[in-house]
Design a protein around this ligand. Structure first.
Ligand SMILES: NC(=O)c1ccc[n+]([C@@H]2O[C@H](COP(=O)([O-])OP(=O)(O)OC[C@H]3O[C@@H](n4cnc5c(N)ncnc54)[C@H](OP(=O)(O)O)[C@@H]3O)[C@@H](O)[C@H]2O)c1
Length: 331
């Protein structure tokens, strides 16, 4: 179904979404950002020809004027950081598809905010959900693999993606690129509460009907065996073998059913997006996938979810409660 779409956030994801909306029959009606992006044509921001839509800085005004059916939001990762923009979109009567990872399983990270966003969305008759690269590749695909087994002991994924040095939230690690690994000490966290790996595993646990009883995480440097070069906003930086090339996070969930859910999330300069999922059970199952450009697959899956958002019941959704994505030749 064709929708009028507004984009909130004028960063990397939005620049990939904007030129692809028309491919699926949707109309781009507004782009809302902040800072230096405001006033710039979104086509030019995406490195293409101008499309006649300048980035605006006034979210409420842009929503009132353009009345989008759906907002695709790619600003920040948590409910707390996106709450005010979510409220503005919901009260303007727009369905929301967020790239924010915490919204994959919002009750697992921030139940109070999840309750309040859910109630507001129900009151305004709109749906709020998350999508992005992780949608098919970190949640629905591993869930489908578990359908093969009659006994499940462990589901474990190793997922690599290019380190997004230009993303503002990665500035801290970007400053360490090429430095000795010891400059990025490994942190252990016995109560992780957010992040792409944590939220994806929580969505998987919910999809499997498992009760999560504990969580652990480690975060440290990702290194490369060979030399690499990082293209940073201020120029190139050499990344010698064995130095910091990004970050590696492992999250493990324990469940009352004794099934372990583990995800190793490696964001590393020079990597492609690859997913390697292993199911230990009866029988063992293994699957490797690759969507070479992870950020493009974030844009395309957010666009593909527009039909889901239009059809879903009002309220805030956990991703695993929604149907898996399918290509549709129509639209
Ligand atoms: N679900 C997935 O599979 C998936 C995949 C990729 C990315 N993501 C997530 O999607 C988000 C966007 O990624 P990206 O690569 O597009 O990041 P990005 O290039 O840094 O773009 C984010 C943009 O949003 C702006 N922004 C941040 N907070 C804002 C706010 N409160 N109001 C208005 N604008 C705001 C930023 O402005 P400033 O530059 O001024 O901060 C920036 O222009 C990140 O949280 C990322 O982790 C999710």
């Amino acid at each position: 179904m064709s929708a009028r779409v507004a984009l909130v956030g004028a960063g990397q994801v939005t620049r990939l979404v904007a030129p692809r909306l028309r491919d699926r029959g949707h109309e781009l009606v507004a782009v809302i950002g902040r800072g230096a992006a405001v006033g710039r044509d979104v086509g030019e921001l995406a490195g293409l020809n101008p499309v006649g839509i300048a980035v605006r800085g006034d979210l409420a005004g842009a929503l009132a004027e353009t009345r989008p059916d759906v907002v695709l939001m790619s600003t920040a990762s948590t409910l707390a950081a996106t709450e005010s923009a979510l409220v503005a979109c919901i009260t303007a009567g727009a369905h929301v598809i967020s790239a924010g990872e915490e919204l994959l399983a919002p009750w697992a990270s921030d139940p109070a905010r999840a309750e309040s966003i859910d109630a507001l969305a129900r009151a305004h008759g709109v749906s709020v959900l998350a999508s992005g690269h992780v949608d098919a590749l970190w949640v629905h695909l591993p869930l489908a693999l578990t359908g093969i087994v009659t006994r499940l002991d462990r589901l474990e994924g190793t997922c690599t993606r290019p380190f997004a040095a230009a993303r503002s939230s990665n500035a801290g690690v970007a400053a360490l690129l090429g430095r000795p690994a010891a400059d990025y000490p490994v942190e252990h966290d016995d109560a992780p509460g957010s992040g792409a790996a944590f939220s994806s595993l929580q969505a998987i646990a919910r999809g499997l009907g498992l009760t999560v009883t504990g969580a652990r995480a480690t975060l440290g440097p990702a290194v490369r065996e060979g030399d690499a070069v990082a293209l940073l906003p201020h120029g190139e930086r050499a990344i010698p073998a064995g130095t910091i090339a990004g970050s590696a996070r492992t999250v493990e969930l324990e469940t009352a059913e004794g099934i372990a859910l583990v995800l190793h999330d490696l964001a590393r300069i020079g990597d492609h997006s690859t997913e390697h999922w292993r199911v230990t059970g009866t029988p063992d199952v293994e699957l490797r996938a690759s969507a070479t450009q992870g950020l493009v697959s974030t844009a395309t899956q957010m666009i593909a979810r527009i039909d889901t958002a239009l059809a879903a019941s009002p309220g805030l959704h956990t991703l695993s409660d929604l149907p898996p994505l399918r290509f549709s030749p129509a639209g």
